[in-house]
Design a protein around this ligand. Sequence first.
Ligand code: SF4
Length: 151
Amino acid sequence: MILVSSCLAGMKVRYNGTDSLDVHIQKLVEEKKAMTICPELLGGFMTPREPAEIVGGTGEDVLRGTAKVIELSGKDVSDMYIRGAHEALHIAREVNASLIILKENSPSCGSAAIYNGTFENRKIAGNGVTSALLKREGFKVISEEQISEIF
Ligand code: SF4
């Protein structure tokens, strides 16, 4: 089974209530080749919610406690991001996920780039919290920007 970010399949679960529809991902779900996960909802967030960025590092650093996920208003929401990552890992293990396609640039789902924590639309190379955990545990994680290499 393939796991995909819910927002890529057209579900309006992004922080601002929109989706990030990718028709190729949506087709995988419609054909029942993929199932959706949203780590932020799994972590206990609602939609809409405040935008958040990783401050002081990458997803790996959040997992080891040396960086934080901070909302625009300044609230530390690292624990909810870590909880969502572990819930996503649980699902990945349950379905024995062969491939996980997650939305690039997200503080949860980014797998090559994330925003740098300044809320100024600047990116750095690195994983979001969920991608970092899933990769660490041996799952293959790519973004929607790489699916042409696979399909
Ligand atoms: Fe999409 Fe991932 Fe953000 Fe959920 S956590 S809205 S799946 S990018």
